[in-house]
Design a binder for this molecule. Structure first.
Ligand SMILES: [Zn+2]
Length: 130
C-alpha cells in the first residue's frame, strides 16, 4: 500500500545528500507511490517553498531523447519553437515534451541539515532524558 508520507520522508532524506535535482520517477522507484501522486505531492512542496520545479524540454526524436533546454515557466514555452543541437531537429514545444525536475530551496535544505544535526546531538548525549 503506497503511503504519501514516504514522499515526505524521501525528500527529507535526499535533502541531506549532495543531490541537486531529481525526477518524480526516482521517488516512485524507491517508494512505490505512483508517479502522478508523487508529482502532486511535490507540487505542494513547491507551494510551501521547500522545493522548486523546472521543466526540461526533451527531444522527441526516437534516437536522441536528450534534454534540449530547461525552463522555469511552462506557459511561456509551449508553442514556441526549439532547436535540438544534438540531432538538428526543430520542434514546436508541446506539453508532452516537458518533463518536470525538482530541486531543493536552499533554506529548506539548511533547515533539514540543522535538524539532522540536532537529532544526532540529542541521541548521543549520555544521561539525557526526554
Ligand atoms: Zn534531438
Amino acid at each position: 500500500m503506497p503511503d504519501l508520507w514516504d514522499v515526505d520522508h524521501w525528500v527529507e532524506e535526499a535533502a541531506l545528500l549532495p543531490i541537486t535535482k531529481f525526477y518524480p520517477s526516482a521517488i516512485t522507484s524507491s517508494t512505490s507511490v505512483p508517479v502522478q501522486d508523487v508529482f502532486h505531492k511535490l507540487l505542494t512542496f513547491v507551494q510551501e517553498d521547500r522545493l522548486f520545479v523546472r521543466w526540461q524540454i526533451i527531444c522527441q526524436s526516437y534516437d536522441c531523447v536528450r534534454t534540449i533546454a530547461e525552463v522555469d515557466d511552462i506557459h511561456e514555452s509551449v508553442g514556441s519553437v526549439v532547436h535540438c543541437y544534438f540531432c538538428e531537429e526543430e520542434y514546436e514545444i508541446s506539453t508532452d515534451m516537458l518533463c518536470p525536475v525538482f530541486g531543493f530551496k536552499q533554506h529548506f535544505r539548511e533547515k533539514i541539515r540543522q535538524r539532522a544535526k540536532k537529532k544526532h546531538h540529542l541521541l548521543h548525549r549520555p544521561g539525557q532524558r526526554f
